[in-house]
Design a protein around this ligand. Structure first.
Ligand SMILES: *Cc1c(COP(=O)(O)O)cnc(C)c1O
Length: 364
């Protein structure tokens, strides 16, 4: 069989180890997964109530227009309902963007390290990738990315706060960037962690859509909303972009359960507030702990911290996993000698801190 040539250079997504496998492998009872930036506080109780109280209807196809959620979000964000596109996670929207805007000979621009799916899907479409290393502090090299624009540049990806460095761009930087970027280059602003931003650092990117019809903003229910297992996310853009993406979108690409849950979750902003506060508290505590053992880290505006490790990230990962803590080694994220740690529950973080302290003492 003859697949696309480019697929020979790609490997399937390598997910973090599954909790069950690790339990078996290391004979552990208690496993804490801090590897995928999931919400350690779960999800809105109101979503739980919904699934307890109502009989599910699984034999009928979902609403392919995602009407209820669409109208809810369009009202809340004050955008045209036709400005919204829904996906099986925002990850599927990344895929749709590549399918509809990229072909052989096109170029895309992104930072490195950043969310790996931008590159993966662009490669599948045969595009060339211009990757620009993040600045020393882990921020996007926006000037260099702009300078790299060529006639064949179709998409520029900006992830803010950036996964895995956690650094966010400022409103001034974004506006400056959009004002200088050619208007026929699509700018994808991936705001998967927007709910974790301090309110004064919010970019109000949606407010920039009128002036910049080449912008699309991506959001997800997988992180702060805690619905990663249901797979639903959305994009906000000029209706012309949405119409283009709709041509490559599967007709029933989000499930009815995900749509229903997202409606309830979106309406429960108290849960998001709670998540925000707990995360900020946990982040601060963890940062103070790392400083106390002499470890450095990248500043983070998200629900994870990229920590600089004394030996390889893989070594710290191996030590932590033996003690029941799963993190993501930077070697797999393109930034060696780091680990990316999702901020977990306070009691779990305390246990992990003791493990890291022992690890550091053994190295001394
Ligand atoms: C987690 C994540 C996503 C995708 O999440 P979905 O579950 O597909 O919605 C997108 N971008 C970034 C930067 C992420 O970290």
């Amino acid at each position: 069989m003859r697949s696309k040539e480019v697929l020979k250079q790609l490997s399937p997504y390598k997910q973090g180890k599954q909790t069950k496998d690790i339990q078996k492998e290391f004979g552990l009872d208690y496993i804490v997964k801090l590897a995928s930036n999931e919400n350690p506080y779960g999800f809105s109780d109101k979503v739980k109530e919904l699934f307890r109280a109502s009989e599910p209807v699984f034999n009928i196809y979902p609403d392919g227009y995602t009407s209820e959620l669409r109208y809810l979000i369009s009202e809340k964000l004050n955008v045209n309902p036709e400005s919204l596109i829904f996906g099986s996670g925002s990850e599927e929207i990344i895929q749709m963007l590549c399918r509809s805007y990229l072909t052989i000979g096109d170029q895309v621009i992104m930072a490195t390290p950043t969310f790996p799916q931008y590159k993966h899907y662009a490669l599948i479409e045969g595009a060339e990738i211009a990757e620009h290393p993040v600045n020393e502090d882990g921020s996007h090299p926006l000037d260099k990315m702009l300078e790299a624009v060529q006639d064949n540049t179709k998409i520029i990806w900006i992830c803010t706060p950036n996964n895995p460095t956690g650094i966010a761009i400022s409103k001034e930087e974004l506006e400056n960037f959009l004002n200088r970027c050619p208007s026929d280059v699509l700018v994808v602003l991936d705001e998967a962690y927007v709910e974790f931003l301090q309110p004064e650092k919010d970019l109000n990117a949606v407010g920039l859509l009128d002036k910049h019809p080449n912008l699309i903003v991506l959001r997800t229910f997988s992180k702060a909303y805690g619905l990663a297992g249901l797979r639903i996310g959305y994009g906000i853009a000029d209706p012309l972009i949405v119409e283009t993406l709709d041509k490559v979108r599967g007709p029933f690409n989000t499930t009815s359960a995900a749509q229903q849950a997202a409606v309830i979750a979106f309406s429960d902003q108290d849960f998001i507030q709670h998540t925000y506060r707990e995360n900020k508290k946990g982040l601060k505590q963890f940062q103070a702990f790392l400083t106390s053992i002499g470890w450095d880290y990248y500043e983070s505006e998200a629900n994870f911290l990229l920590v600089k490790t004394p030996k390889s990230g893989m070594d710290a990962f191996d030590y932590l996993i033996k003690h029941g803590f799963i993190v993501r080694p930077g070697e797999l994220l393109g930034i060696p000698n780091t680990i990316r740690v999702t901020i977990g529950k306070e009691e779990d973080m305390k246990i992990m801190e003791n493990i890291l302290k022992d690890y550091q003492e053994q190295l001394n």
